[in-house]
Design a protein around this ligand. Structure first.
Ligand SMILES: [Cu+2]
Length: 329
């Protein structure tokens, strides 16, 4: 391989990955901001100490006799070898504990109004919004929250241990069957972040991602109202056909589309699937061709996922099914 002509460029290039929807180096608020500050402090301090140690080591090896005897003094060895590390490490621990302990803001009024549960499933995310009146509104593979306020998320798992990680928003938290862990997300501004399962859970674990969409409070309220509604009835010939195919092909055994006979609970709720940001836990974009691809080639897109592949449909049938699903917004 030829040596890169612009070594600086080669070094800088990876830094381009520091920004973006799934970067802990580009925090969008709350806990991730504190983790970021702590990392920078640790990194700068360690760099300073590393350089100092390297300089002292060079002096001890190559310095004048005067420097070498100075460095060999017992007092200096005690000061730099015992006192200094103890003080810095204790200081850093106290700082780290304090900054990470600056808990999410105290529970405010209205915090109990809406509860949000996220359950890890192999290999997708079941997201349930529970209103004040106990009405459960189910969605999947996408978490919508109001920006500008702390939002507690109750995490659990339906099968194995998963881990909920949105690097831009907070640290990782395990999702454990039979247990609920609560993570508070506090996004400053409306925007999109990407999350990823961070605990190997078998098969297509790496394709178990999701998006967190922070919205203004009004937008969120309007969205939730719509999310609570039943699916829009199929409009147009293709969608009507797609709807009939959906019901006749057993899709409803695993999927719910509220307002139709489909009431399965094994797979993601599809009532408003067309309005989501992605398909199959951020494995595919959300558009009609992707629906067709998922139904026919899901096992290629996401090997070993728990939805059986459907090779039975003709292209025309696939197109009408996709049209139907795409319009479930
Ligand atoms: Cu996983």
């Amino acid at each position: 391989m030829r040596a890169p002509r612009f070594p600086a460029l080669a070094v800088l290039l990876p830094l381009a990955a520091c920004a973006g929807v799934q970067s802990a180096l580009d925090p969008a608020g709350g806990e991730a901001g504190r983790i970021h500050t702590l990392s920078i402090v640790l990194f700068v301090l360690c760099t300073v100490i590393f350089v100092a140690v390297a300089v002292l080591a060079a002096l001890a090896l190559f310095g004048s006799d005067e420097w070498r005897s100075r460095l060999a003094s017992e007092r200096l060895v005690f000061a730099l070898g015992v006192v200094f590390p103890v003080l810095t490490l204790v200081g850093l621990v106290l700082y780290g504990v304090t900054i990470m302990g600056m808990a999410a803001e105290p529970a405010g009024a209205g915090r109990d109004a809406l509860r949000i549960e996220v359950s890890g499933e192999r290999w997708w995310w079941r997201v349930t919004y529970i209103t004040e009146d106990g009405v459960r509104i189910e969605s999947a593979n996408e978490l919508r929250i109001p920006a500008g306020q702390p939002v507690p998320i109750e995490l659990t798992s339906a099968d194995v241990i998963h881990s909920f990680w949105v690097p831009q928003l907070a640290g990782k938290l395990d999702m454990i069957p039979g247990r609920t862990n609560t993570l508070t997300l506090h996004v400053r501004e409306p925007g999109i972040s990407r999350g990823q399962c961070a605990e190997y859970c078998g098969g297509p674990h790496a394709l178990m991602s999701f998006f967190v969409i922070a919205m203004t409070e009004d937008d969120f309220a309007a969205w939730l109202l719509k999310e609570a509604s039943e699916a829009r009835p199929p409009a147009g010939e293709a969608a009507v056909q797609g709807h009939a195919l959906f019901l006749a092909s057993g899709c409803g055994g695993c999927h719910t589309v509220r307002g139709t006979g489909a009431a399965g609970v094994i797979g993601p709720d599809l009532t408003h699937v067309g309005s989501r940001h992605s398909l199959a836990a951020a494995s595919l974009p959300n558009d009609a061709p992707s629906f067709a691809r998922w139904i026919r080639d899901g096992q290629h897109v996401k090997p070993e996922n728990l939805m059986p592949p459907y090779g039975i449909f003709t292209d025309a049938e696939l197109a009408s099914l996709s049209d139907y699903l795409d319009h479930l917004d």
